[in-house]
Ligand binder design. Structure first.
Ligand code: GLP
Length: 263
């Protein structure tokens, strides 16, 4: 795991977008793994700007999103499909057929999850996976006790997650679905490269667990410690609970790869 800390959330988002832009320019036919959530708003806004102002081309890439609520139709403004259409897909030159988001209305959810894994595999796998972090330490919707080997499946959402995401459902956690489809921890770990963006005080404890805590299925993000090419980009407020901060600062100064990334 490599870690970069930026002063502000805006700087952390811009750096994330810049890394994605760079990857897409190097390999325009790549497969991107995408995430939703408020943390990602600025990343997608920057990518849209890169498309409009610098001609960043999305026409040859494919995307696979991490997750979707069960029982929320793609046409609903509350779906993650709608989030992606609004923030990115409708604003860049990508064909709808190249964008994949699990369908929370699929008549046979288990079969749909299997098909999602199959298409992911058929695309050659995710080259670069973008991740956010839940306050309970989840990645995707891999709630506590998710096996590190888990694949795309239906999960029961943690009440803490339903509360965290209540704003999308009129502010009432009772209106947030009880279930979601998510890529598994094992599916996520199969990505060739992972970039995790974490900002804000509310994520400080989860970030410290993810980076420094012992591996535990109770916090699915700790599985990222086992990934050989995982970059964490955090802002100062999210980084506030890290106990190994002096070493992280030292790495930022002396790790050539990190220095090249942020320069
Ligand atoms: C949601 C999503 C995650 C996302 C996380 C953070 O529940 N399932 O993929 O990374 O929680 O969301 P936010 O950026 O809104 O804090």
């Amino acid at each position: 795991m490599k870690i970069v800390i930026r002063s502000t959330a805006g700087q952390a988002m811009s750096l994330t977008a810049r890394i994605m832009e760079h990857a897409l320019r190097r390999d325009p036919a790549m497969t991107l793994g995408l995430a939703t959530g408020r943390t990602m708003d600025g990343v997608y806004a920057d990518l849209v700007q890169a498309h409009r102002q610098r001609g960043l081309d999305f026409s040859r890439c494919q995307t696979f999103n991490l997750d979707e609520y069960v029982g929320v139709p793609p046409s609903s403004g509350r779906s993650y499909r709608a989030y992606m259409d609004t923030h990115l897909f409708s604003q860049v030159n990508i064909a709808r057929s190249a964008t994949h988001v699990p369908d929370g209305m699929a008549p046979d959810l288990a079969a749909h999850c299997g098909e999602y894994e199959h298409s992911l595999h058929a695309s050659g796998g995710v080259d670069l996976q973008l991740l956010g972090l839940g306050r309970n330490g989840h990645i995707g919707f891999n709630e506590p006790f998710s096996a590190f080997t888990s694949r795309t499946r239906v999960v029961t959402l943690d009440p803490a997650t339903r509360d965290q995401n209540r704003d999308m459902f009129g502010g009432d956690p009772d209106h947030v679905p009880y279930h979601a489809i998510t890529m598994g921890v094992g599916t996520i770990l199969d990505a060739h490269r992972i970039v995790v963006l974490v900002t804000g005080t509310a994520k400080a404890a989860a970030l410290a667990d993810m980076i420094e805590g012992p591996l535990t299925a109770s916090t699915s993000a700790t599985a990222l410690q086992m990934h050989a090419n995982c970059l964490v980009i955090a802002d100062e407020t999210a980084a506030a609970a890290l106990s190994r901060r002096p070493f992280i600062d030292h790495m930022m100064r002396h790790d050539a790869e990190l220095k090249a990334l942020v320069s």
